[in-house]
Structure formats: structure tokens, C-alpha cells
Design a binder for this molecule. Structure first.
Ligand code: M6R
Length: 612
């Protein structure tokens, strides 16, 4: 998805902007651009392709400007090209804008502006914005803040989602930013200020952030940041200190972010467990005031999310149902928001999102609130949109996840959902304390269990070397092993571009077994002692049809004819998906590496999906 960076200060803006754009590369993009104010005029440098191309342009010009806006574009309206890249300027060349999101009514705005004599040089929805600003600047009501008033009037005409940065050659020391349904943060410096769509872009410059709200405006100079609401009344705003370390967003000697993040999972889990429980003590979530009385009124829980976060939700469902005896439904956010789900004040809706900015998940949350349900957000990003919309928020502490393919966020989400389930169970008294105590001990052992699996990386690599040229693979499991099969299959698709499907092992003979032919690879996850025998039978069926099998198990398997077995430590079955996913993450990673693909930035994908 698109990325935004902005700088106003006392040093050269371009290197700061380029560095910020480079750290946003992981979001996925197809073109990049910068606008600075040089000698009182707007200077726009942009092109399709990588930030490295843009850097060649900016290095050759080497402007002295100390204020600028920057953008990486992920094409929505109009193909990737120089003309369609941001920043866009108005016809007079006085206003430059970068924009994340989608302007839904841009056709009608374009017609309106065309009638007024404006011309357009791109196919983007964004180009209407600088022209509208110019229109209102020259035709709008006169105020004593003409720049801000013109931006506000233009924004009032927009329908859709946006995070916008504006600079003008008429106001050479000022930048205006605003947002709706698209993230934007402001980093406060000393004699300099920063803007970004994503915290890692400016983490090396500031740890003190303002999180801009929907329909809020900020006017920035080198020495000031002023906030205004949608009626342009000025207000103050609390600053937040973000604990992430800038080096946490670097590769630290690993070849790729994904591999680093796979190896960070023991730490991410330790950090996420944090102070939520200690052995022999009850779980604690001081950040949310959910009471036993409230929980007793709940007759249904929804867990709503997208992609990997939804897979974490599936594992969470099992934990909540088993420990709390409350029915849980897991829904894909993009489906939930349009299917008129049955929700009322007796429903608790839990939203899981690493970024906290996924457009469908946010919309699904707003829907549940409008129907009177309480909402609880699980996010990895402090102050992200979802956390600001929800009634309650709990955080995973995985640290910045840069690789598009989610790994440490998934395992952290699962562990947090399980701890939440234990917390609810303790409030409700639905599970014997001794069972919960055993589970707690097992959770505390997870980091060591994961380290044991990571020690087997070479074996996984060996199997990856054998199968990386294949075109189709199947993942099988029952119960939570099926949830892991789905997540393993998604990881493989995303970064290796190999077609794969996950099936509940018992479903195989209801259709998919027709696809099994000699030499095909089938991956089986066998960790639930109650279901393992049944899954083995299903896997034997594929073996007898010539499949090559890669098995992940924590059970002692005897008399089987599987080709490759990875033994993982046994844990309580509720949390086994946190351990059994590790070899599958590694498998996808090494297959992708063998194919020479860009593991961290797979084609067509973006880290945070801020449009529908
Ligand atoms: O930021 P979110 O957790 O809301 O993102 C949800 C999905 O877009 C995300 O998990 C996606 O499926 C990942 N690329 C999976 O690796």
C-alpha cells in the first residue's frame, strides 16, 4: 500500500524523505516521489519503480530545501507511471499533495473542476485534491488562515479514505496534514518535525509521536505543531512515547526481515506474555475493565480479522470455547461487514490486526459498535486506528513486523488470545484452576519450545531444496492442526507463488483426494493426541496414491510410511499451533529463497491493506 513521509526542519529534507521511503518499502509500491520547496518554488521529483531510482534523481539535483513531502504509490487509479506518481500539483504549480487512500467521488470532482477550467495530467483520483485546494484558495471565503481553510474546504468535498500532506510555494515553511480512515503519525523533533503513514519510517528521528485522529488537521513548521478539529477550532493533543527501538526495524545481520522475524518469535512471545500472568497467579489485564458481570451477559463472541490474523482467530476460537464455554464465530472482516451479522449488546466482537490499519477490519469494528456490541482490539501497533475505535484494546508486543508475510505477529496474536481466554475463564469460573495452571506453565515454556524447533532449520531447508520447483501442494490437519494447515498454506502461497490448498484431513475423501497423484507433496500437521490416529489414516490414503509427505508432529509415530518428519516439542494442544507453525514458516521461506524470489516484498502484496 502507499506510504507517506514528510519533513519540515533545519536540515536538507530530501535525504530524510528518501530514508523514510526506504523504510516504508516493505509496504509494497510501484512508484515513488518527493516534492520540496526550493528557492520559493515547488520542485517535484518522481518516477515509477524503486526508491533507488528516485534517489538517483534527487542525488543529481541535490536540493537544499528543508521542507518536503514524499510518497510511495501502490497503483489503484491509473497504471504505475511518472504521471500517476505522487506528489501531484495543481495547475498553477502552487500546491503539492501526496495522498494515501481512495477518493470515491473523484469523477464528479474532476467534472466540477474541468468545468471551472482545470486540466488533469494523470489518471489518479488524487490529482483533484491540489486543484480543489487551489480552487478554494482563490474562490473560497476569506479567512485569516487561508491555506488551512482552503485545505479544509477541499477535504470537505472528498468522499472516501485519505491521509494527505500538502505543501505550498505560497507558505514556504508550512505543511498541512489530515486524515480519515488512513493512518498518519507526526513525530516531534527539536527544531524539526516529521510525518509518516507508518511509525518505522521516522523511528530513527523521534520516539515522541502524535497520532492524528480522523477529520483532524495538523499545521506543522520546524518549531510548531498545531492541531485543529474539523471545524478548524484549535486544540491540544497528548504526545505518545513509542517504546520500539529503531534497530528493531532493521535486519540485524539476517538476510531478510522475514527470517529475522521468524527467529524473533521466542522474544515476541515472552514480551507478549509480559505481566499478564505469573505461575500460580491469576491472569491480569489492567488495561481493560471487562468484568465477570459483563462477561456473564455475553452469549456470543465474534473474532473478526483478515488473512493471517484471521487464522490466529481460529486458534483463539478453540481456546475460548474450550475454556469459557461461550460460542465463538470467526469471520473474515470483508465478509462480516457486508453480511448483516446478528449482533447486539450480548455480543462481544474481538478484532485482530497486526497493523491495526486494515480497512475491512476497521469497517467491521465500526459496524459492530453501531449495533451496540462491545468491541475489543488486538493490535501490534500502539495507537493504530483499530485501537482508537475499539472499546477495549490489548497489545501484542512483537515489535515492528516488516516482512509482508506475517510470522511473529501471528504467534503473538495466538498467545494473547489464549491468555485472554484464560482470563475470561478465571472471571467466569468455567475451567478448573489446575487445568489453567498447567496451560500457564506450558505457555511460559513456549519460547524454549520454539527455540528447539528453530534448531531444526537445516532439516526444513533440506526438504525445501527437494520440493521448491513444484506447482501444487496440499496441507492437511484436523482441529487446530487444520488452522495451522491454513496458515502454512497461506505463507507458502504468499512468498513462493506455489499454488496450495489447506483441507481438514477428514474432508479429503469428499472431493480433494481426486487431486492427489503420484509425486504430489502433502504436508500433514499431527499434534492433537485425540485426533492424530484419524489424521494418520487420512495421510496414509494420500501415501497410497503416491504423495510425498512432510509431517510435523509432536507425537511418537510408529509404522508410518511418511517421507520426512519434523518432531516438535509436545505442548498443551490449545497452544500447539504456536509451535507447529514454525517449520511451515521456515519451509515457505526456504522455498521462496530457492526460487530466488523477494521474500520480504512478494508481488502484488502490501503489508498493511488500508483500502477495501
Ligand atoms: O495488519 P493485519 O493483521 O490486519 O493484516 C491482515 C492481513 O492482511 C495479513 O495478515 C496478511 O494476510 C499477511 N500478509 C499474511 O502473511
Amino acid at each position: 500500500m502507499c506510504g507517506i513521509v514528510g519533513y519540515v526542519g533545519n536540515k536538507k529534507a530530501t535525504p530524510v524523505l528518501i530514508k523514510g521511503l526506504l523504510s516504508l518499502e516493505y509496504r509494497g509500491y510501484d512508484s515513488a516521489g518527493i516534492a520540496v520547496i526550493e528557492d520559493g518554488k515547488l520542485l517535484v521529483m518522481k518516477d515509477k519503480g524503486r526508491v533507488a531510482n528516485l534517489q538517483e534523481i534527487t542525488d543529481s539535483i541535490n536540493p537544499d530545501a528543508t521542507i518536503g513531502i514524499a510518497h510511495t504509490r501502490w497503483a489503484t487509479h491509473g497504471k504505475p507511471s511518472r504521471e500517476n506518481s505522487h506528489p501531484h500539483m495543481d495547475n498553477s504549480g502552487e500546491f503539492a499533495v501526496v495522498h494515501n487512500g481512495i477518493i470515491e467521488n473523484y469523477h464528479e470532482l474532476r467534472e466540477f473542476l474541468t468545468e471551472k477550467g482545470y486540466k488533469f495530467s494523470s489518471q489518479t483520483d488524487t490529482e483533484v485534491i491540489p486543484n480543489l485546494i487551489h480552487y478554494y484558495y482563490t474562490n473560497g471565503v476569506k479567512t485569516n488562515t487561508p491555506f488551512l481553510s482552503a485545505v479544509k474546504s477541499a477535504v470537505d468535498d472528498l468522499r472516501g479514505s485519505y491521509a494527505i500532506e500538502v505543501v505550498s510555494s505560497l507558505y514556504t515553511d508550512t505543511m498541512i496534514v489530515t486524515r480519515k480512515d488512513s493512518p498518519l503519525v507526526i513525530g516531534k523533533g527539536n527544531g524539526e518535525n516529521f510525518v509518516a503513514s507508518d511509525i518505522p519510517a521516522i523511528l530513527s528521528y523521534s520516539k515522541d509521536f502524535y497520532l492524528l485522529d480522523d477529520n483532524e488537521y495538523a499545521v506543522l513548521t520546524a518549531d510548531s505543531i498545531n492541531f485543529f478539529d474539523s471545524s478548524l477550532s484549535e486544540h491540544s493533543k497528548p504526545i505518545k512515547n513509542i517504546e520500539w527501538d529503531a534497530t528493531a526495524a532493521e535486519k540485524n545481520g539476517f538476510e531478510d526481515y522475514m527470517l529475522k522475524e521468524i527467529y524473533e518469535q521466542p522474544t515476541a512471545i515472552r514480551e507478549t506474555i509480559g505481566a499478564h500472568f505469573h505461575l500460580g497467579e491469576k491472569c491480569d489485564f489492567p488495561e481493560i475493565d471487562i468484568t465477570a458481570d459483563y462477561l456473564k451477559t455475553i452469549n456470543k463472541i465474534y473474532i473478526i480479522a483478515c488473512g493471517t490474523a484471521m487464522h490466529a482467530g481460529l486458534v483463539g476460537k478453540n481456546a475460548i470455547e474450550r475454556l469459557c464455554h461461550i460460542p465463538v464465530e470467526v469471520d473474515i472482516a470483508s465478509e462480516f461487514r457486508y453480511r448483516n451479522p446478528i449482533i447486539n449488546e450480548k455480543t462481544l466482537c474481538i478484532y485482530v490486526s497486526q497493523s491495526g490499519e486494515t480497512a475491512d477490519t476497521i469497517a467491521a469494528l465500526k459496524l459492530a459498535r453501531s449495533k451496540g456490541a462491545k468491541t475489543l482490539a488486538i493490535s501490534n501497533v500502539i495507537g493504530s486506528s483499530i485501537t482508537r475505535e475499539a472499546d477495549y484494546t490489548v497489545y501484542t508486543h512483537a515489535g515492528p513486523e516488516i516482512a509482508v508475510a506475517s510470522t511473529k505477529a501471528y504467534t503473538s496474536q495466538v498467545v494473547l488470545l489464549v491468555i485472554l481466554a484464560m482470563y475470561f475463564a478465571e472471571l467466569l469460573g468455567t475451567t478448573e484452576q489446575s487445568i489453567l495452571d498447567n496451560l500457564k506453565a506450558s505457555i511460559l515454556d513456549l519460547p524454549t519450545a520454539i527455540e528447539t524447533v528453530l534448531d531444526q532449520t537445516e532439516q526444513v531447508k533440506e526438504f525445501a531444496n527437494k520440493i521448491y520447483t513444484e506447482h501444487d501442494m496440499y496441507f492437511l490437519g484436523r482441529g487446530t492442526d487444520y488452522c495451522v494447515a491454513m496458515e502454512g498454506s497461506l505463507k507458502l502461497k504468499e512468498i513462493s507463488y506455489i499454488h496450495s490448498e489447506a483441507y481438514a484431513a477428514g474432508e479429503l475423501k469428499h472431493g480433494p483426494i481426486a487431486l492427489i497423484e503420484n509425486g504430489i507433496t502433502v504436508i500433514g500437521i499431527l499434534t492433537d493426541p485425540d485426533l492424530v490416529e484419524k489424521s494418520i489414516s487420512n495421510l496414509q490414503e494420500v501415501v497410497s496414491r503416491g504423495a510425498k509427505t512432510f509431517i510435523i508432529t509432536n507425537q511418537k509415530l510408529t509404522n508410518t510410511s511418511f517421507d520426512f518428519i519434523i518432531n516438535i516439542p509436545e505442548t498443551e494442544s490449545i497452544i500447539s499451533p504456536i509451535v507447529s507453525i514454525i517449520p511451515l514458516q521456515l519451509l515457505a521461506y526456504y522455498i521462496s529463497k530457492n526460487k530466488g524470489l523477494d521474500v520480504d516484498k512478494p508481488r502484488n502484496l502490501a503489508k498493511s491493506v488500508t483500502v477495501e
